[in-house]
Design a protein around this ligand. Structure first.
Ligand code: 13P
Ligand code: SF4
Length: 315
């Protein structure tokens, strides 16, 4: 492990590379990264880094977002098979047909989408800014929101938007959490607060003390002084940074419906290993490649998100 870490460090210097990692990757992967963050923070880093190479320790749509924002840079993925079930639930041709069937709508897409879907989109959002992006539009603006139905319904409930059509997609990890098991944990740890990602289903959102992006959950868990115990309802990779930031607190990963399946883990994120990272830096592949016509359109919708977020002081 030590030798691999040293190899990655040496290759990183040699290639003038930066390593960006998402909170859901394994702890040892996060520990070699230059920056660990949620989707919004990672996209900002990708847009502003002066490295020549970005090694993206995350899933495919995250690497694509980096490439869309930094087309002159080489974006390497440790494993091209690291996809996303939510992005897979919205194929570009189906989404295009849906948009065509509902003309006159502003299209807002969650960042967990392919470059092709982003190219069909007016404004991208992440779980950090989805509510504010929707609220930045006039109250009666007709909106298409895709692809996550749970996040879409969460926003619709908060903003009271009537004119919002929601695509019927979901993430296999966040769909698996069990309300019953969370309530059992609450009985066992009555002092615990429930921290939940908005990709979870509504009944779970309703019993939560805080709902937010991975970075939001981490910030809340670190800064909150009302208790020292938290039930964390998202992919458990995020506990790595929570434990580092607040070593005196107790973080309990919420279990999936079937406690034996391990399916609260994102199998795609867990494909990223130190070995694959070292190999990617050594071989300078596999690399994200996006046709320029798609990239340029997708960039507009991501830049709109970044501009609104900046204007609102969110970044
Ligand atoms: P965040 O933007 O909150 O990091 O979420 C990304 C993700 O894939 C959640 O499943
Ligand atoms: Fe995609 Fe779900 Fe994995 Fe997030 S946790 S990357 S939404 S499959």
């Amino acid at each position: 492990m030590m030798a691999l870490k040293e190899k990655i460090e040496a290759l990183k210097r040699e290639r003038n590379a930066v390593i960006l990692a998402h909170y859901y990757t394994e702890g040892d992967v996060q520990d070699v990264a230059d920056f660990v963050g949620d989707s919004l923070a990672l996209s900002q880093k990708a847009a502003t880094t002066d490295a020549d190479v970005i090694l993206f320790a995350g899933v495919h749509f995250m690497g694509e977002t980096a490439k869309i924002l930094s087309p002159q840079k080489k974006v390497l993925m440790p494993d091209m098979a690291a996809g996303c079930s939510l992005a897979d639930s919205c194929r570009a041709e189906d989404f295009a047909a849906f948009i065509a069937a509902h003309p006159g709508h502003t299209v807002i897409s969650y960042v967990n989408t392919t470059a092709e879907v982003k190219a069909l989109t007016d404004i991208v959002c992440t779980s950090s800014n989805a509510v504010q992006i929707v609220e930045s539009l006039p109250k009666d603006e007709p909106i298409i929101f895709g692809p996550d139905r749970n996040l879409g319904n969460y926003i619709k409930n908060i903003t009271g938007r009537e004119n919002m059509l929601i695509w019927d997609g979901a993430c296999h990890v966040h769909e698996e959490f069990s309300l019953e098991k969370i309530l059992e944990l609450k009985k066992e740890y009555p002092q615990a607060k429930v921290l939940t990602h908005p990709e979870c289903k509504r009944p779970i959102i309703l019993v939560s003390d805080y709902v937010g992006s991975t970075a939001g959950l981490l910030k809340y868990a670190t800064e909150d002084t009302s208790t020292d115990t938290y039930i964390v309802v998202t992919e458990p990779g995020v506990l790595h940074q929570m434990k580092k930031a607040a070593p005196g607190k107790t973080f309990i990963p919420a279990p999936p419906m079937d406690s034996t399946c391990g399916c609260n883990n994102c199998s795609f994120m867990k494909l990223v290993t130190l070995r694959k990272m070292a190999d990617a830096l050594e071989r300078m592949e596999p690399e994200i490649v996006i046709p320029e016509v798609v990239r340029a359109k997708a960039e507009k919708s991501i830049r709109r998100m970044l501009d609104i977020s900046k204007k609102l002081g969110l970044i």
